[in-house]
Design a binder for this molecule. Sequence first.
Ligand SMILES: [Zn+2]
Length: 174
Amino acid sequence: MSRKPAYPTQPCADCPAIISMYPGRKGDRCRSCSARRMASSPEHREAVSRSTKRRWLDPEASHKLRAGIRVANQRPERREQLRQAGLKAGPDRARYVNTPAGSPARILANKRMVDTKLRWCPREYRPLYSYLRKVKEIPAPEAKAIVLAQVAADQREHQRTGRLPQTDRLGVSA
Ligand SMILES: [Zn+2]
């Protein structure tokens, strides 16, 4: 049996866990209590959110992050983990996971996902958004800004003329 160095111990400030007061320890909480505390601090969350966004908006950094996630997701244990998470997410999700692309369940699941992710985008503008993303390959934040600018422009035109430009455009493209 190896002997651990005998640093003084004391209970965590928030729970009964005994923590070792090794030299250089910051704070007097156990790992999970200090994590919970940081997660509930608006300033801390704001700082984390800012640095995460900055990293993901940097094309080079986000390319690396994506590549890393893609590689990590190929590991058998990770694939199994994802599969289990899918099954746990409920019968709807399980049906979706186990059905082939193009099947009604997949089409429905996709429609629901789009409804959730594009809640900000009025229905009449979804063809425009999808054109910007898929045909023009414009990144999501820019495509969203373009669509919202179009919505604002259409609202101004509607106030001026009483016409609904978005409906006219749909009529032409249909
Ligand atoms: Zn604790």
